[in-house]
Design a protein around this ligand. Structure first.
Ligand SMILES: [Zn+2]
Length: 116
């Protein structure tokens, strides 16, 4: 859906890219959906203005507080494009490129991946 869009945002060139780098760089523009274990938001890079659709997803395993967490950032052209991408479910979002994924599976190290 967005494969042609390679952002000029510093989040695509910064080495290494950490979770904190991303979260320090963004501000929320619009919230599409929000509860304690799932959210979809339109966010903007404060440095360059690049827009991203951000999904936060937490699996609940009822065993401990250390629940697996996954955050996905899909660069979008504008708000209308974000609305369009937002129609995809979480599984659909996984196949959209480019994307940045911050994955923290249970008992595993947190990883930050840029997928082109
Ligand atoms: Zn940027």
């Amino acid at each position: 859906m967005n494969g042609h869009l390679i952002p000029k945002c510093h989040l695509w060139t910064l080495e290494p890219l950490t979770r904190d780098d991303i979260f320090r760089s963004i501000e929320v523009i619009r919230t599409f959906e929000e509860d304690s274990h799932f959210s979809r938001r339109l966010v903007r890079c404060c440095a360059c203005g690049q827009l991203y659709l951000k999904e936060f997803y937490e699996e609940i395993d009822w065993e401990s507080g250390d629940d697996p967490q996954y955050v996905t950032f899909i660069p979008v052209r504008d708000e209308a494009n974000a609305v369009e991408v937002n129609t995809l479910n979480s599984l659909g979002l996984l196949s959209v490129r480019p994307s940045i994924r911050v994955d923290h599976p249970k008992g595993m190290p947190l990883t930050v991946k840029r997928l082109l």
